[in-house]
Design a protein around this ligand. Structure first.
Ligand SMILES: CSC[C@@H](O)[C@@H](O)C(=O)COP(=O)(O)O
Length: 360
């Protein structure tokens, strides 16, 4: 299966990303020349998805070191880069993980800081590719099992937001088992929640499933419960932006409601978790900072208009105020299993520690 990447380096050692704000209508790339470009790309969601946010921040630090060296700036410039990038988005812990990793590497560098920053950021990217591939290896048996039970009939999988390769580097977390199932000839169909207000489901998940010839159907965010009640969903699989010590899972707003509906209908609810999204410093999900974004993301909808132009339309009275929480927390008790690059575990401290004993 041919894959594409969401972030890559150029011959002149800058960084390029896909502009996810205008997918699926146009495939345009943006070159990041400074750490400020990386910061803006994260803030305005040119790039998004926990692992990709982390990778972009890591390259942001590389770009800051490069600017510092080229313009002979002092260390306060790098400190500013770290604090600006840290403030770019609050919920996905991969951002802070990647920045800490860059800080450690620079603190322990024995000479060429620029090379250290370059190597470390590149390694973060390559590691994510392998992590996602392995999540697919460990997640595939769940799809295989359902396929066998259904005697080779289509396995219907519901997902929310985009935890595909567009949220990562390659493979994706929830899409990795799906792509690997398709490669094995298993019949799969994906129900894609549109995921208001930014529509990562309709814009991004549908885009990448189309690109990989995966049968899928777009549904409104409120359809999942109905589909589950009528036996049209065999499993739910979602990504995460931060999973805490007790197994609580923060993910795109609306994930919790899908977990409740899955639980009520005895449908397994899986979370694909790269270890870079694990936050063992937080006991439970209530302490996760939940992003609140601009209300206009709710008040307006963006799309391609009949004249071919990409634009927005107001969908409520001019004076109506909106609230825009970006994420919610699914309690561990509603999660059937967590699928990581090291294997599968229960959504609990015990379960996570079995796979990640270094956090004991
Ligand atoms: C592998 S990506 C996992 C999560 O980051 C994803 O499910 C998600 O919620 C993305 O939110 P976004 O606001 O688009 O960055």
């Amino acid at each position: 299966m041919s894959k594409f990447r969401t972030i890559w380096t150029t011959e002149d050692r800058y960084v390029e990303v896909i502009d996810q704000k205008i997918l699926p209508h146009e495939l345009i790339t943006r070159k990041l020349l400074t750490y400020k470009d990386a910061e803006t790309a994260i803030k305005d969601m040119t790039v998004r998805g926990a692992p990709l946010i982390g990778a972009t921040a890591a390259y942001g630090i590389y770009l800051a070191v490069r600017e510092l060296v080229e313009k002979q700036l002092d260390g306060s410039f790098l400190d500013a880069a770290f604090s600006d990038l840290r403030a770019s988005r609050p919920t996905a812990v991969n951002l802070f993980w990647a920045l800490d990793k860059m800080r450690d590497a620079l603190d322990n560098s024995e000479g060429d800081f620029l090379q250290t920053a370059w190597d470390t950021a590149n390694q973060i990217v390559e590691d994510d590719v392998e992590t996602c591939r392995m999540i697919g290896v460990h997640g595939l048996p769940f799809i295989e099992e359902i396929s066998k039970r259904k005697k080779g009939d289509v396995v219907n999988i519901l997902t929310h937001c985009n935890a595909g390769m567009l949220g990562c580097i390659e493979w994706g977390t929830i899409t990795s088992p799906i792509y690997q199932a398709i490669e094995k000839g298993i019949k799969v169909h994906v129900w894609v929640d549109e995921t208001r207000p930014r529509n990562q489901g309709s814009n991004l998940t549908c885009y990448e499933l189309t690109r990989h010839n995966v049968p899928h159907t777009l549904i409104v965010d409120n359809a999942g419960g109905h589909l589950m009640q009528h036996g049209f969903v065999d499993m739910v699989i979602v990504g995460t932006d931060r999973t805490t010590r007790n197994g609580d899972v923060a993910n795109k707003i609306g994930t919790y409601l899908k977990a409740l509906a899955a639980n009520d209908n005895n449908i397994p609810f899986y979370v694909a978790l790269p270890s870079t999204t694990l936050d063992m410093t937080i006991e439970n999900g209530f302490d996760i900072p939940i992003e609140e974004r601009n209300q206009d993301e709710v008040r307006y909808m963006i799309g391609k208009q009949a004249n071919g132009e990409i634009g927005s339309v107001l969908i409520c009275p001019e004076t109506t105020q909106a609230s825009n929480y970006g994420f919610d927390v699914t309690p561990a008790r509603l999660v059937t299993k967590i699928i990581t690059e090291r294997g599968v575990c229960n959504a609990s401290e015990e379960g996570l520690l079995e796979l990640f004993p270094e956090y004991k």
